[in-house]
Design a binder for this molecule. Structure first.
Ligand code: SF4
Length: 393
């Protein structure tokens, strides 16, 4: 996390950060600024995720303040609505933000530019808790793969705006947390071992810059040494290079995002990501290395579902299937693929149903609850991955 933005958010959420924890009340479990401002609130076993994104009257929101949209969802409940008590706590949070946002600096941003920018940044924290024994890490923020449908593009820009950095197109900037492995080593010593997601919500941990910086590799090494279980998700076949390292971590889980069997479609939607055949090859290699493997079919793109099931099922324990959530915004990509017909709800529903039926028929667990733990851990005592990987990112 950027230390400058951390300071801004500390100012915004001051009373919440200082509140004493109590099992009888909602408390702030963790927060970060990599993907907009995200907060995890907990009360006993219950978890509530709240996101602050730039104010957008056309966007979804539980509440809006002058500068922010607030969205909220209970964790790992498969999209259940907020309870009255959860609604009350998010309403209070919105009131806190509304009362304090006037004190936030309004930092002028230089004009938008078409340049690319890779920043090497030093961080003072990297491990984010998201429930008992569950954490996540973003080794990078930003992603040079730059899929145009990526959900992260808008939210990840919020931190850049708060820092007064120029607006850059998604795919043209990355912050490299160069000291993340070293900071992580200290943090792991102070936490209970558990599962640590390194999933592409604001980055892909194996994007091309990993070849140069090896921040993800360094973090995986630290996790293994400390007895933690990495849960990786990537669109890049180079994850296979780290199979020996991952295999040394207890209960490691590795997933590939594979949204179609058709590489011409992949070329239209995610031209900078690994070709489909390379991803399938990496999946086979990871499974052969004894790793617990899964696939996220997201966003569901034009495909032959039966063929994709045949290609994936022998090499995974679990899959998650999720559609394109910002289809109107991605219309030009469907046009580029010559598949405007695939924008319809009917296409998405039929393709998803064919995938679900096909995978289940082959004994592959299909995760419906945004919780891969049960699916991956079936018949297995090791801890498993949990967490949201279901957006267009
Ligand atoms: S979808 Fe994943 S790989 Fe594509 S730009 Fe977003 S984070 Fe990167």
């Amino acid at each position: 996390m950027s230390q400058a933005v951390d300071a801004v958010v500390r100012e915004l959420l001051g009373p919440l950060l200082c509140a004493q924890s109590s099992g009888a009340r909602w408390r702030l479990l963790s927060w970060d600024v990599d993907q907009g401002i995200t907060l995890t609130l907990s009360r006993g076993e219950r978890l509530l995720f709240v996101e602050l994104s730039p104010r957008d009257d056309a966007g979804p929101a539980f509440a809006r303040t002058r500068r922010f949209n607030l969205t909220a969802r209970p964790a790992f409940t498969g999209g259940a609505p907020l309870s009255p008590e959860e609604r009350a706590v998010v309403t209070q949070l919105a009131q806190l933000v509304a009362a304090r946002e006037g004190a936030l600096p309004v930092v002028a941003r230089p004009a938008a530019t078409r340049q690319s920018l890779v920043r090497e940044i030093e961080v003072d924290r990297v491990l984010v808790a998201e429930g008992a024994g569950h954490y996540y890490i973003n080794p990078y923020v930003g992603c040079m793969i730059g899929c145009e449908f990526c959900w992260a593009a808008t939210n990840a820009d919020l931190s850049r705006a708060l820092e007064g950095l120029p607006e850059l197109a998604w795919g043209r900037w990355v912050d490299v947390k160069v000291n993340a492995p070293e900071v992580l080593r200290r943090e792991l010593a102070a936490h209970e071992p558990g599962v640590v997601r390194m999933s592409p919500v604001v980055t892909d941990p194996y994007q091309p810059l990993e070849r140069k910086y090896r921040v993800t590799r360094g973090c995986v090494r630290e996790l293994g040494d400390a007895g933690f279980s990495p849960a990786i998700l990537t669109r890049e076949a180079r994850v296979l290079e780290d199979a020996p390292l991952l295999a040394r971590c207890p209960g490691a889980a590795v997933g590939l995002s594979i949204p179609t069997d058709d590489d011409a479609v992949r070329e239209a939607f995610e031209p900078a990501a690994s070709p489909i055949e390379e991803r399938l090859g990496a999946l086979r290699g990871l499974a052969a290395a004894g790793l617990r493997t899964f696939v996220i079919v997201q966003p569901v793109l034009p495909m032959n579902p039966a063929r994709l099931v045949e290609q994936i099922a022998p090499y995974v324990r679990a899959v998650r299937i999720d559609r394109m959530h910002a289809r109107a915004r991605s219309r030009h990509l469907y046009e580029r693929a010559g598949r405007l017909d695939a924008m319809s709800d009917e296409f998405a529903a039929a393709t998803e149903a064919a995938l679900r039926d096909g995978f289940r028929a082959k004994g592959v667990a299909v995760d419906e609850l945004d919780d891969l733990a049960a699916a991956l851990a079936a018949g297995d005592a090791a801890p498993a991955a949990r967490g949201s990987t279901s957006r267009d990112g």
